[in-house]
Design a protein around this ligand. Structure first.
Ligand code: SAM
Length: 230
């Protein structure tokens, strides 16, 4: 009987045989690097959702971002490493609201919104969850677009997500609140840093050990939000 390729039942043996044909040298290099990464191995061992968790843990360890009772919004949360860590730290009196365009396996105590942050619906969904008392203590953004390989447009798309996260702070962060954002060094970075400096009492950059050295990714930590009525 003829079965079209899409209905061929899954077989690990077949998968093993056919996979290498579709891998480019650079994708194979990425897989090897990922598998050998000490943070990937440690996160598996500890049962964490992602190696990204170590980045937030390190920044929090140094800068004491998350305290019991806080209300935290985690943008670009999937698969959930940051939310998992944040919910442990805020405890029962606190709240963590996670948003991602991708589905995420539920985390007890975390309100999860599956939505595209570039769409207005995501803001409406967040507003609904936050309710009238919308003061947020801490906004985290680890959002990163899918990399296309065209560096100009990848940089523009990542800066756009960072700008939207800052707009969200302008609507929901309480005065004195904290914002941690992933940003890639390149076009738009300096302007973004200047914007943060205008709106927060202090801004520092952080490059945690789990952030790969060759990546232009870094984290900007802005403390002491000053509400400006724009
Ligand atoms: N902090 C996460 C953790 O600890 O597991 C890892 C986040 S991962 C580096 C970046 C995330 O940004 C991805 O899950 C991706 O789906 C999300 N993302 C990218 N574009 C988005 C968008 N437009 N709206 C919502 N999430 C987005």
């Amino acid at each position: 009987m003829f079965l079209p390729a899409t209905t061929t039942p899954y077989s690990p043996v077949m998968k093993k045989k056919t996979r290498p044909k579709f891998r480019t040298a650079s994708s194979q290099r990425w897989i090897d690097e990922h598998e050998n990464d000490e943070f990937v191995q440690l996160s598996r061992k500890l049962g964490y959702r992602s190696r990204a968790r170590f980045k937030l843990e390190e920044i929090d360890g140094k800068d004491s971002l998350i305290r019991p009772g806080m209300r935290v919004v985690d943008l670009g949360a999937a698969p959930g490493g940051w939310s998992e860590y944040a919910v442990e730290k805020v405890g029962r009196r606190g709240a963590v609201i996670a948003l991602d365009i991708l589905p995420m396996k539920p985390i007890p105590g975390v309100v999860d919104i599956e939505a595209d942050f570039t769409e207005n619906e995501s803001l409406l969904a967040l507003k609904e969850v936050l309710g009238d008392d919308s003061g947020v203590d801490l906004v985290l953004s680890d959002m990163a677009p899918n990399i296309s390989g065209v560096s100009v447009s990848d940089q523009a798309r990542s800066m756009y997500l960072a700008e939207l996260a800052l707009d969200f702070c302008n609507q929901h962060l309480r005065p004195g609140g904290v914002f941690l954002a992933k940003v890639f060094q390149g076009t738009g970075f300096d302007q973004y840093l200047a914007e943060l400096k205008q709106q927060f009492d202090s801004v520092v950059s952080r490059k945690p050990k789990a952030s790969r050295a060759r990546s232009r990714e870094m984290y900007l930590l802005a403390k002491g939000y000053r509400r400006t009525d724009t």
